[in-house]
Write a protein that binds this ligand. Structure first.
Ligand code: AMP
Ligand code: MG
Length: 436
């Protein structure tokens, strides 16, 4: 049996980022740049006003003080977007709006608050320094500057600088196109009625959600019967254009219904390994077809699928996308101990609350079976118990891998604290607070 770390290492060593693509900005959110991006332009592109006010030449009104304001003629208005060429004329000013080009020859802006705000002749009560309230051209970015380095993931703020610099398309590690296949004669897709002995496919929708949230692009989801011919044909088809294939089910000890394992054994670099973990022991991974497409065969039980995704598929997806995934756990104090199998790293479903000291407290949720989706849906995270530990003691500290954003867990904890306080102080049942 190999360790979780060994298996993860061998998976990551086998895969490379998908090919570079040049894509328009509206398609690159979440993708990773493969080249430095250089700006062709200065930002700001032209000197412009930081305030609504009046564009002046500072030396001409240096005599003005709040005690000795002075009226000056106004040549007209310059609004943001005004493309005309405006020039300063000695002794006068332009009324100017935020973002509008500074007229040639002017060098400062008096804020409207330091004037009486009139349009034709304005009373000014403050003498600005040269440069005051002016955003100089190139102040932020100079033409020729690298604005984003290769390896940067394009998020909201990176989109803002690319758009500002007028960059229409960028080179990125392409979107990772993932195919999800649920296998099993017993499975019925979402929305269809189940007959005797049948169950709804829950791995499919769960995997689709996990992949999307992790930045992958699901290009196909499907159901396959436990039929080797059908499985082989379907896989061959998807190996032509997928970047990653994930199957679930059909890989147990090699029983006669474990069709996925039967079809894939001996193909490509496919390896079926026992990994020292609970749940998720039977793991299959390999590169298949001419394009050497990575393929995970996950176990069938939903909890095993989730754990396998978190531990192996998520880091693999990140690598395919040109990123690195480093799992972040939060420490929690065990509220109620449990046992853990010797020699296997355990991922135990827990619910998080706060203890009296304000730290996270972790309580087991649901049973231990890997088919228990009810308990899974209640879990905030997975407590990670090292292979050598066989008993997790009450009061011990464990690292917990969150299953949803920590800020959501925090919001729920804050809401329940609010409810407790309201109920305790009023003696009333908790209710929605707020006023209109
Ligand atoms: P298997 O590895 O195919 O024997 O599946 C193990 C268990 O997981 C069985 O109880 C299956 O019915 C269940 N299972 C397999 N695939 C799915 C799925 N897509 N959704 C829900 N349960 C599944
Ligand atoms: Mg099956």
């Amino acid at each position: 049996m190999r360790t979780v770390e060994e298996h993860l290492e061998s998976v990551l060593a086998a895969i490379e980022p998908v090919a570079e693509e040049v894509l328009p900005l509206d398609q690159v959110h979440g993708l990773v740049l493969t080249r430095d991006v250089v700006s062709d332009v200065d930002l700001p592109r032209f000197a412009n006003s930081a305030m609504d006010g009046y564009a002046v030449r500072a030396t001409e009104i240096a005599d003005i003080t709040p005690e000795h304001p002075r009226s000056v003629p106004v040549l007209g208005d310059i609004a943001a977007g005004d493309g005309a060429r405006h020039t300063h004329r000695e002794g006068s000013v332009w009324r100017i709006m935020t973002g509008a080009p500074i007229p040639e020859g002017a060098d400062a802006v008096v804020r409207v608050e330091d004037t009486d705000g009139r349009p034709r002749e304005v009373l000014i009560s403050h003498a600005p320094e040269a440069g005051e309230n002016v955003r100089p051209a190139g102040d932020d970015v100079r033409a020729g500057d690298v604005i984003l380095r290769r390896g940067t993931r394009v998020g909201a703020t990176q989109l803002a600088i690319l758009a500002s610099a007028g960059v229409a398309e960028v080179a990125v590690t392409g979107p990772v196109r993932v195919v999800v296949l649920s296998t099993g004669d017993e499975l019925v897709p979402l929305g269809e009625p189940v007959g005797p002995g049948q169950i709804h496919d829950s791995n499919g929708p769960m995997l689709v959600a996990l992949i999307r949230a992790a930045g992958g692009t699901v290009v196909h989801t499907g159901h396959l019967p436990d039929d080797e011919k059908v499985i082989k044909k379907t896989l061959d088809h998807h190996l032509r254009d997928a970047d990653l294939v994930i199957t679930s089910g059909g890989v147990s000890k090699g029983g006669s219904y474990d069709a996925v394992k039967a079809v894939l054994t001996g193909t490509g670099s496919m390896e079926f390994a026992e990994v020292g973990m609970q749940p998720g022991k039977p793991q299959g991974f390999g590169l298949l077809g001419k394009r050497r497409v990575p393929l995970f065969t996950l176990p069938g039980n939903p909890v095993s699928v989730l754990v396998s995704f978190e531990v192996f598929v998520r880091p693999a997806l990140a690598r395919l996308a040109g990123r690195r995934h480093t799992p972040v756990t939060v420490p929690a104090v065990v509220q109620q101990g449990w046992s853990s199998p010797e020699g296997r790293q355990q991922y135990h479903r827990v619910r998080l609350t706060r203890d009296a000291a304000g730290t996270y407290a972790a309580a087991p949720v649901g049973g231990a079976g890997s088919h228990l989706v009810g308990g899974l849906a209640m879990a905030d995270g997975l407590a990670v118990v090292p292979a050598e530990i066989t008993q997790v003691a009450t009061g011990a500290e464990v690292p917990v891998l969150p299953l949803r954003p920590v800020e959501e867990i925090e919001a729920d904890l804050a809401a329940s604290t609010d409810r407790d306080t309201t109920a305790a102080s009023s003696g009333q049942p908790p209710s929605v607070r707020g006023s209109w």
